[in-house]
Design a binder for this molecule. Structure first.
Ligand SMILES: [Zn+2]
Length: 430
C-alpha cells in the first residue's frame, strides 16, 4: 500500500480538541487510515509536523478563482457600480487563456494558505477544470449565467451552458471535481430561466448555487415587485433545497433564516467582500442558532483582495460579533468549524474534518512564529492569529500539493509571470 505519514504534530480533532498524534494516509484511495501516537506501518513518504498543528484543509465555499487577475483593478466602490463600471467590462475582455492562468494563480494561492477545497462560479469553466485537475485540489465548479440585458435566445444559451457544463464535468479528475448549476443571482437572472435551471439541475441531482440577499439593492426590488422576500421567491422557484447553497445571505430576516434551516440550504458567508463593498453584516450567530449550515468563502480576489481563509475566519468572527453586538457571538470554535466542516457541508463535498476513513485533505500549520506564541489555545490561534503563510504542508486526497512551503503541482514562478503578462495584454485590450 502506498502511504503517507504526517508525523510529530498536534492534531485538531472534529470536536475541536487538540491532541498529539501522527496521521497515516492511504495515498491510493486518498483517505485517512489511522490517527494516533503508535502507528505501526512504515510509510512510503513522511511529512514532518514537529512544532506544527495538523488540521483539516480549509474549504473556501464561494469564489470566482480567475478574478485573481483583477486583484486591485478596481476598489472602493459599491457592488452595483463596481460590477457595471469596472468588473463586467474587464471580464468581457478576458480570454480562455486568461481564465486559465488566473485560475492557476488562485490555486497556487489557495495551496500556499492551506485551502484544499473550493466552490467556484465563473465562465470558460473547462479551463478551470483543467487547472484544478493539475493542481490537485477538490472543487465544486459551475458556469455563472446572467440573463438581464440579453435577448431571449442569448439568455437561454447562457442557462443551457450552465446546465451542460454541470452535466459534462460532474465527477471529473477522478471524482475530485463536482459541479453545480449557477445562475448568478435572483436579480440578474429572470424568473423563467431560474425555474428551468433549478429543475434541470435537480433532475440530475446537481445542486444550484447563486448569490442571494447580498445587498439591500438586491432585496428591495424583489420585495417591491413580488411582495415577498427573496428567499421565499427562491423557494417558489425550487432553488432552496438541501443540496443547494447561496452566497452571502447578508440581508435575511427571521423568516428567511427559518426557511434556510428548514430546507437545509447552505449559506456561504463572505465577510471580507461584504465589508469591502459595504454590503452589510450577515446575522451569522442568528443563522447558527437556528441550525443553518454556514460556511465561509472569500468571494473573488477583486473584492477581498486575497484568497486566504485564515483572514476570512478572523473577519467572520469580528464582523459576527459586531453584527450581534455581542463579543461572545461567532466564537473561535464556531469560526474554525465554519471554515472547514461547515463549508464542506454547505457545498456538499467531503472533507473539513480529520477522521479515520475520511478524505485526507489536510493543512499543516507551522506554530513556530512570534504571532503564534505562546500556545495558550490553538483553536483561538487558528481563528484570530494564524495567517495563510503559516501553512507548511498541504495535502489533498492523500497527495502532497505543498511540501515545506514549496508548491509541487504547479510552477509558482511561471504562473506568476504568465499572470503578469496576461494582465498587461488585458489592459491594452480594454
Ligand atoms: Zn460572488
Amino acid at each position: 500500500m502506498d502511504t503517507l505519514r504526517i508525523e510529530g504534530g498536534q492534531v485538531l480533532r472534529p470536536d475541536m480538541t487538540v491532541e498529539r498524534a501522527d496521521v497515516l494516509v492511504d495515498r491510493d484511495d486518498g483517505t485517512i487510515l489511522d490517527i494516533g501516537t503508535d502507528l505501526d506501518a512504515d510509510a512510503s513518504e513522511t511529512l514532518d509536523a514537529d512544532g506544527c498543528l495538523v488540521m483539516p484543509g480549509l474549504v473556501n465555499a464561494h469564489c470566482h478563482v480567475s478574478m485573481t487577475l483583477l486583484r486591485g483593478y478596481a476598489d472602493d466602490k459599491p457592488l452595483d457600480a463596481w460590477l457595471r463600471e469596472d468588473i463586467w467590462p474587464a471580464e468581457a475582455a478576458l480570454t480562455a487563456d486568461d481564465i486559465r492562468v488566473g485560475a492557476e494563480l488562485g490555486l497556487v494561492e489557495m495551496i500556499r494558505s492551506g485551502t484544499t477545497t473550493f466552490a467556484d462560479m465563473y465562465f470558460d469553466v473547462p479551463e478551470i477544470v483543467d487547472a484544478v485537475e493539475k493542481a490537485g485540489l477538490r472543487a465544486r465548479l459551475g458556469h455563472g449565467s446572467v440573463t438581464i440585458g440579453k435577448d431571449d435566445d442569448d439568455a437561454w444559451d447562457d442557462i443551457e451552458e450552465s446546465i451542460e457544463i454541470a452535466r459534462e464535468f460532474d465527477g471529473a479528475a477522478d471524482g475530485r471535481i463536482r459541479t453545480a448549476v449557477m445562475p448568478h443571482s435572483l436579480t440578474t437572472v429572470g424568473e423563467e430561466y431560474l425555474r428551468e435551471a433549478a429543475a434541470e439541475a435537480h433532475e440530475d441531482d446537481i445542486p444550484v448555487h447563486y448569490h442571494a440577499n447580498e445587498t439591500t439593492d438586491e432585496v428591495d426590488p424583489i420585495v417591491e415587485e413580488r411582495d415577498e422576500r427573496p428567499l421565499s421567491y427562491a423557494k417558489d422557484l425550487g432553488m432552496l433545497t438541501e443540496r443547494d447553497f447561496i452566497a452571502h445571505g447578508v440581508h435575511v430576516d427571521d423568516e428567511e433564516i427559518a426557511l434556510l434551516a428548514e430546507t437545509g440550504t447552505g449559506v456561504v458567508h463572505c465577510p471580507a467582500s461584504n465589508m469591502k463593498l459595504a454590503s452589510g453584516m450577515a446575522p451569522v450567530q442568528d443563522m447558527l442558532d437556528a441550525g443553518v449550515t454556514v460556511g465561509i468563502g472569500t468571494d473573488g480576489a477583486a473584492s477581498n483582495n486575497d484568497l486566504d481563509m485564515f483572514d476570512e475566519m478572523r473577519d467572520a468572527a469580528m464582523i459576527g460579533k459586531l453584527a450581534a453586538d455581542d463579543a461572545s457571538a461567532v466564537a473561535a470554535e464556531d469560526v474554525v468549524r465554519m471554515g472547514t466542516a461547515g463549508s464542506a457541508e454547505a457545498i456538499g463535498l467531503p472533507g473539513g474534518a480529520l477522521e479515520v476513513g475520511g478524505v485526507a485533505d489536510i493543512a499543516v500549520v507551522d506554530l513556530d512564529a512570534p504571532h503564534l506564541t505562546p500556545a495558550n489555545d490553538l483553536v483561538s490561534h487558528l481563528a484570530y492569529a494564524a495567517r495563510g503563510s503559516d501553512v507548511r504542508h498541504t495535502v489533498c486526497n492523500g497527495q502532497v500539493l505543498m511540501r515545506d512551503r514549496e508548491v509541487l503541482t504547479l510552477d509558482q514562478a511561471a504562473v506568476m509571470e504568465r499572470a503578469r503578462d496576461a494582465v498587461t495584454a488585458l489592459r491594452d485590450r480594454i
